[in-house]
Ligand binder design. Structure first.
Ligand SMILES: C[S@@+](CC[C@H](N)C(=O)[O-])C[C@H]1O[C@@H](n2cnc3c(N)ncnc32)[C@H](O)[C@@H]1O
Length: 396
């Protein structure tokens, strides 16, 4: 593949923005692509993929590159991908033999898999021998998965409609509303997206709303609703009948959920900002179903957000675990006796998942609950994101 000055500069600028200014990769890529409307689909694809890949392999590239000059780092990445470098002055001092030689000398998993050492140690201690292949899987590129909005269309109709436009998809077994794109592309531009016929949502994430066993007419609380991905799915499963209270501590995220609801033809979502314990107390025993899609490290979705591994630390992992336990302890009061609560994370760490549930069940408030089932979804087994989903019942 031939390299072009303008797009390589786009990658270099984006990488410097991410690492020097500590910005999120997805936001930086979005900004870079927006600032250059003349780039075509291939150029955009090249930039997005190269930036994500460089972020993913940052530690490895830095170990091999002859310097921390961003062109050298890009050149190293490009050669590691099995490509050739053009004769540009910026790439002076790097060649494929040197890159191969330095790569072959690396033995340790933390560098080879390009993750911080503390994370490698934590992963191994918590996941044992599963860690090796899990981190390998989490370093690959994720599929683009759609969730069909059954309020507007069926999976078969959407599949046919997209196929007529040349967008090939397949329906993965075991995920009744999911379609996987055959080829990565910007699907947000598709008219079916603008018409609210689908959302982009990983297949594992689609298991969360399903676990709540909702029926039309129920009163549901989605207590960490964010931009409303799971609330929208719940609304579709409830045939847009009943009530969903979508709550979060961040009001701007709920605003986003409102816009998405309008596009999806959903009218039963009511956003509510959590302003403290008072908001929770007022809703005591008011919900038939309660979803706690709690904040987490995001280690199950590293394929989508590779920069997570450079942003988290042992301290932030401990802090988020504290928040998770606080949420389950305090928010579980909003569920009616006999109701069902789902606790979910997009993490693969037992300390954020089954250990949190065990701690809750052993506590005073947890005595009112029983665990019905839980799913520990690893990326290496499912082929999709890593997730944890626990389904609990509040005793009558
Ligand atoms: C995993 S995200 C939710 C994703 C969302 N459910 C979706 O499907 O798109 C976790 C959310 O919890 C919110 N959050 C963090 N601390 C919270 C708290 N104490 N109470 C409620 N929400 C909180 C964050 O703002 C974030 O939007």
């Amino acid at each position: 593949m031939k390299l072009h000055t303008s797009t390589v500069h786009g990658v270099i600028t984006a990488i410097e923005d991410i690492f020097k200014n500590n910005r999120y990769a997805d936001k930086v890529i979005e900004k870079t692509l927006r600032s250059n409307p003349k780039w075509g689909a291939r150029d955009r694809g090249f930039i997005a993929e190269s930036v994500y890949d460089m972020v993913r392999w940052w530690k490895l590239i830095n170990k091999i590159s002859p310097s921390d000059n961003t062109f050298h780092l890009f050149g190293t990445y490009w050669l590691l991908q099995g490509n050739e470098l053009p004769d540009w002055k910026e790439f002076k001092g790097i060649d494929s033999k040197m890159v191969e030689h330095r790569f072959n000398k690396i033995q340790d998993r933390a560098t080879l898999q390009s993750i911080p050492e503390w994370l490698d140690e934590m992963g191994e201690s918590l996941l044992g021998e599963m860690w090796d292949s899990e981190i390998e899987t989490l370093n690959t590129q994720a599929d683009v998965v759609l969730r069909v909005n059954t309020l507007k269309t069926s999976r078969e109709d959407l599949m046919n409609r997209l196929a007529e436009e040349g967008v090939e998809t397949y329906a993965p077994k075991g995920y009744k509303d999911a379609l996987v794109l055959g080829k990565r592309q910007n699907i947000f531009k598709n008219p079916a997206f603008k018409a609210g016929m689908f959302e982009v949502q990983d297949a594992s994430s689609q298991l969360v709303a399903q676990a709540l066993d909702v029926v039309p007419g129920m009163r549901v609380i989605d207590a960490c609703a964010g931009a409303g991905g799971k609330s929208l799915h719940l609304a579709a499963l409830m045939e847009n009948k009943g009530r969903i209270l979508s709550m979060d501590i961040e009001g701007w995220k709920l605003q986003n959920a409102k816009l998405r609801a309008r596009r999806a033809g959903v009218s039963i979502i009511e956003p509510r900002v959590i302003e403290g314990n008072k908001t929770i107390k007022r809703l005591k025993e008011s919900a038939d179903r309660l979803l706690l899609d709690v904040p987490c490290t995001g280690l199950g979705v590293l394929r989508r957000n590779p920069d997570t591994k450079w942003k988290i630390s042992p301290e932030s992992v401990a802090k988020v675990q504290e928040i998770q336990q606080e949420i389950i302890q305090n928010y579980s009061a909003m569920l009616k006796p006999g109701g069902i609560m789902v606790y979910a994370t997009c993490s693969i760490l037992p300390s954020e998942n089954q250990d949190q549930i065990a701690k809750f069940l052993a506590s005073e408030k947890g005595k009112a609950f029983e665990l019905l089932e839980d799913q520990k979804v690893l990326a290496q087994e499912s082929g999709f994101d890593g997730f944890y989903i626990a389904k609990l019942k509040k005793k009558e």
